[in-house]
Unconditional design. Structure first.
Length: 872
RNA sequence: GCCGGGGUGGUGAAACUGGUAGACACACAGGACUUAAAAUCCUGAGGCUCGCAAGGGCCGUGCGGGUUCGAGUCCCGCCCUCGGCACCA
């Protein structure tokens, strides 16, 4: 053992030892309980960043802990290797995306290995390899057979920078998820879709089973995104005098059918068929035509953007309210959207804020049909503002035979009435759409389908999978490189043998990550994506750890995919992830000066820019990102401090779900702690390696030694609980620091010639400390374990157990309160009874002085915790 | 507007079930060691205040109420802040 702690040296050494021993390899073992710990797989951008380090340090600590607890731990890693940056690099450098990607994987793999993470590297996957993506293709063919995959013409979100279409989830708010400054365009294209809507109800309902196991905000975001809305569709008939639309039905969707007697008009979207027909037949007014044309040219986001005024035009048509026969004008308006519901609504201004605003603006009537049951208002009192209460306290009025029912009762009764009379039905709408999975790019999984002029769409026979990407594509093209590769495109139809064309779309890369962790369980399987019995042992994932940014992308897709795999008979459950942890971001305080824009904290000296001396303004603490130039390179930190220190700081500085501010002095503190541990172990390791452990030496222990043993066992209890139950790694580290401080105090209290009992207590404390450090700082733990005389590998050794007897305090400090305010602290034997506590409290001088002769009316004793005297 | 987090020293944070608020660390100050510095080891510290000192008093977890013997923690009403959704009928 070296006198000084040289992290880089021992880190290399121990990494080699683990690799040679295959320490982290795990295989199916039905005799052992499994634990599947998973972190979101990285995109191989080229370099690991601090966010990765944090994410993987958390997963690594948990896996190591569980492994030491005796679980059969699966802890794999791989690469989400398809995607745009590789293709852009290929265009820019006139090179190949596969070469770029594989090089990046190589350098990032080396970085991960340098950090000493306990992965089973045998299971590594890269989603861009044919061995992986052939199963994407296999899944698509199964889904095609089940009718879960289909093709249709659709208006899609198109990003001009990506040069491809995007899923709705990737175009939130009208901007590309990868180019947040680029508004998406709408294009009409034939596209592949996965039928998410088949699973919409289940995706929503089974979120309830994840309560308390997934963060509430993720569940809330998913509920919001799925957006289920229960209501009814009702047909309004267009009045007879209006050719050519006379007698046609306008179907509206409403969640408030109970308010239908209060409808004052019907409003259709500018794209609605009714408007189109009016325009086509020449019966539309000039005003209507201009309005419809104008609205259609504006994107949905702009049309409904905040602050956009409600605008509408009367079509001149009338519709008949099916409940009371009332004639209602039909309008068209900008805020009614064609993509949701039926593209038509009934406007009930008295009970909907939006309708109130619209009808007020255009002078339409505002009849009241709902009021509070106990309201004194007259039923025909004028409406000042939309009244939207819809619970049992609200009742229907002015609504024929439905008057007097509560809102929930009326919704039920009126929906049934509409169904009985054939002009409406109950209907549930969702905001979530089918998943558009087509991409017009070349660095992705090819769709395994062939378009035959005779046979239509024909799946590639499964024994011909994978459909491989050509390696020699020309990327300097405006269209899809795959579409311009004749050898790829031109094929014979598998059914009729005639000339046919291969589909040239590739899959959304979120397909790859929807099931990758099932592949880890059986990553070399050549018959199936994974063997069901192998996956049945390892899955579902026990703990998933990743960033919040995937709350509605990856985490919805993978839940969907799991349900599809269940329905294909591959697995037996529908929720893939038992527990989810969304770790916070890694941030850095930022500063700016006029001349040098962004500054690192260490470039600011006494509030002044280090380069030019100008005053530096304190900026916000912001997420590390390349564009903000406020990143800290993990490699450099490892070079300076060692991997263990970097990892320890990240675990200590904040609880995992909170944002963490990178601090150079904080990292130095973590390094100081490890050096402190090193020094005390170095001081003793020769003497302790020979010291005997075991046997009952209780009677010979000094007070100091007994105190140290107590701290040791208390710390084991605390750290086990902090990691295993609460996932509060920061407090686990704090507890280990306390134990270290206690070891130093004990060392200082020792005479030169320490007794066997003292050595026993020291060795017990140091061994427990080293073992508990293993999940956080595995390299130094390993090195110290060796120095204490062990051949075994510590990171796979058994987790220490605490002895409840030894952890028990011998004396307690009991606070005494007078009327709830602290007046004294008593030191009493741990076994003191409640009566003894009370007596000791009353005997206390300070208590008596504070009491000042007052009468005690009540005494509360919380056993072993506190005494509270209530005095008048 | 709706939904979900937060608000505790100079700083990052602890306080697990309602029971000693501020563990642990950073920064800071003092002492020891040293020719000196660094490193290390030890000690101190929420704020205000009285006292030469030992020691005492008051205040203190965003604000205002409430429940309780006792509230950072529970309840009611606000304020601020971060994140998500938002004319979805």
């Amino acid at each position: 053992m070296n006198e000084k702690y040289f992290p880089v040296e021992i880190e290399e050494k121990q990494q080699k030892r683990w690799a040679e021993a295959g320490a982290f390899n795990a295989d199916v073992d039905s005799a052992k309980q499994k634990f599947y710990c998973l972190e979101m797989l990285p995109y191989p951008s080229g370099r690991i960043h601090m966010g990765h380090v944090r994410n993987y340090s958390i997963g690594d600590a948990l896996s190591a802990y569980k492994r030491m607890q005796g679980f059969n731990v699966l802890h794999p890693i791989g690469w989400d290797a398809f995607g745009m940056p590789a293709e852009n690099a290929a265009i820019k450098n006139n090179s190949r995306p596969d070469v770029w990607t594989l090089e990046n994987i190589d350098s990032m793999r080396a970085q991960l290995k340098q950090l000493g993470f306990n992965y089973d590297w045998r299971r590594e996957i890269a989603t861009c390899t044919p061995e992986y993506y052939r199963w994407n293709q296999w899944f698509f063919i199964q889904m095609w057979k089940q009718g879960l995959l289909y093709r249709r013409n659709a208006t899609v979100n198109w990003c001009v920078k990506c040069n491809t279409s995007l899923a709705n989830e990737q175009a939130e708010g009208g901007f590309c998820w990868r180019h947040e400054d680029t508004p998406v365009e709408l294009r009409e294209l034939e596209q592949w879709f996965i039928r998410v809507t088949n699973y919409a109800d289940e995706l929503l309902d089974s979120l309830d089973t994840l309560a308390n196991a997934w963060p509430e905000r993720v569940l809330a975001m998913q509920r919001n995104w799925i957006g289920r809305s229960k209501g009814a569709e009702v047909d309004f008939r267009v009045a007879q005098e209006h050719a050519p639309t006379n007698g046609k039905k306008v179907r509206v969707f409403t969640t408030r059918v109970d308010t239908i007697y209060g409808a004052s008009c019907v409003i259709v979207a500018p794209e609605h068929a009714l408007v189109e027909e009016l325009v086509a037949s020449g019966k539309a007014s000039n005003e209507l035509m201009t309005f419809a044309e104008k609205q259609k040219a504006i994107s949905k986001e702009d049309r409904i953007a905040e602050g956009a005024a409600k605008e509408g035009v009367n079509t001149g048509l009338f519709a008949e309210n099916p409940f009371n026969g009332q004639r209602l004008p039909i309008w068209t308006a900008n805020f009614v959207l064609t993509g949701y519901g039926t593209g038509a609504i009934m406007a009930v201004p008295a009970h909907d804020e939006r309708d109130f605003e619209f009808c007020t603006k255009y002078g339409l009537p505002i009849p009241r049909v709902i009021k509070l049951a106990d309201s004194a208002d007259a039923d025909d009192a004028p409406v000042e503002a939309a009244f939207t209460n819809k619970d049992n306290a609200a009742v229907v009025i002015n609504s024929g035979k439905f008057s007097g029912l509560s809102v929930p009762e009326a919704i039920k009764a009126m929906t049934e009435y509409a169904e009985e009379h054939g002009f409406g039905e109950a209907k549930t709408n969702f905001k979530i759409r089918d998943w558009g999975v087509s991409r017009q790019r070349a660095w992705g999984t090819p769709l395994p389908f062939i378009h035959c002029p005779k046979c239509g769409i024909v799946p590639v026979p499964e024994d011909q999978l994978p459909v491989e990407l050509p390696k020699d594509l020309n990327f300097n093209t405006t269209g899809s490189p795959l579409a311009e590769a004749p050898d790829f495109v031109n094929v014979d139809c598998p059914t009729c043998g005639g000339a046919a064309r291969r589909d040239t779309d590739t899959m959304d890369t979120f397909v790859d990550s929807s099931w990758y962790y099932f592949r880890y369980t059986d990553s070399k399987n050549e018959e199936l994506p994974f063997a069901p019995d192998v996956a049945a042992y390892w899955t579902p994932v026990d703990q998933y750890i990743g960033g919040i940014e995937h709350a509605v992308l990856h985490l919805i897709y993978t839940r969907l995919w799991t349900k599809i795999m269940r329905d294909l008979g591959l697995i037996t459950f529908g929720e893939p992830v038992k527990k989810l942890l969304t770790q916070g971001m890694v941030c850095l305080a930022t500063y700016r000066c006029e001349e040098h824009d962004w500054l690192y904290p260490y470039e600011v000296i006494d509030g002044k820019c280090k380069f030019c001396g100008r005053a530096a303004a304190v900026g916000r603490t912001e997420k590390m990102s390349k564009s903000k130039k406020n990143t800290v390179d993990p490699d450099e930190m490892i070079k300076i401090h060692g991997a263990d220190t970097v990892r320890l700081f990240m675990m200590f500085a904040a609880p995992p779900e909170k944002d963490l501010e990178w601090s150079e002095t904080g990292a130095e503190g973590a390094s100081r702690f490890l050096n402190r541990v090193w020094r005390i172990v170095y001081k003793w390791h020769d003497k302790l390696a020979a010291a005997k452990l075991g046997g009952d030496q209780q009677s010979t222990f000094s007070d100091e030694a007994r105190a140290l043993r107590r701290k040791t066992h208390q710390t084991i209890r605390r750290v086990s609980n902090d990691i295993g139950e609460r996932m509060n790694f920061n407090t686990a580290v704090a507890a280990m620091m306390e134990l270290t401080n206690e070891i130093y105090a004990f060392d200082n209290s020792l005479k030169d010639d320490s007794s066997d009992a003292d050595r026993f207590a020291l060795k017990e404390a140091m061994q427990a400390l080293v073992k508990m450090l293993a999940p956080f700082t595995p390299h130094i733990a390993e090195e110290l374990w060796e120095s204490l005389g062990h051949d075994e590998i510590v990171v796979t050794s058994a987790w220490p157990e605490y002895d409840a007897e030894l952890a028990k305090a011998e004396e307690l400090e009991i606070p005494v309160q007078l009327n709830g305010k602290l007046v004294a602290r008593l030191v009493v034997p741990a076994e003191a009874t409640d009566d003894e506590l009370k007596a000791a409290a009353l005997a206390n001088d300070r208590v008596q002085a504070k009491l000042d002769g007052r009468q005690i009316v009540k005494t509360i004793v919380v056993p072993k915790r506190l005494v509270n005297l209530v005095a008048k």
